[in-house]
Ligand binder design. Structure first.
Ligand code: AMP
Length: 119
């Protein structure tokens, strides 16, 4: 799967469409999911042109990967999720149910979450 520069998250990164931003630095952007599946549902994306989890971990250098996950934990703490707990999900590819082809991690919390995999 080649990277589509016009996917919705690429357009958010270019500020062509708005987002409810919660964090940004030179490598990472995080914003509220437009259709939340939990009381708190944040999407965390690297700024590089990675299509999905597998692509990110295949091509990104170790510093970029480490930085990304450090920010995930910091954002979880920003929203007081460390003690209460939370879930992170990366849908990857067709069978993973991925809809937007720019790597993103779902950060879900703010209440007891349901079953991990629905039908
Ligand atoms: P996935 O199925 O893992 O690719 O998840 C894509 C997610 O992006 C879904 O949870 C959508 O609700 C979310 N989404 C789609 N468009 C937007 C948008 N413009 N702003 C924020 N979240 C979005």
């Amino acid at each position: 799967m080649s990277y589509d520069v016009n996917n919705i998250f690429a357009r958010i990164l270019r500020q062509e469409i708005p987002c409810k931003k919660v964090f940004e630095d030179e490598k990472v952007l995080a914003f509220h999911d437009i259709n939340p599946k939990a009381p708190l549902h944040i999407l965390i994306i690297p700024k590089g042109d990675y299509t999905h989890f597998h692509d990110f971990h295949s091509r990104a250098d170790a510093e970029t990967v480490a930085h990304f996950y450090k920010k995930v934990t910091e954002i979880a703490e920003q929203f007081d999720l460390k003690e209460s707990g939370y879930r992170v999900i990366a849908n990857c590819g067709i069978n993973g149910g991925q809809e937007v082809a720019h790597y993103h991690l779902h950060l879900l919390g703010g209440g007891k979450l349901g079953a991990m995999i629905g039908k």
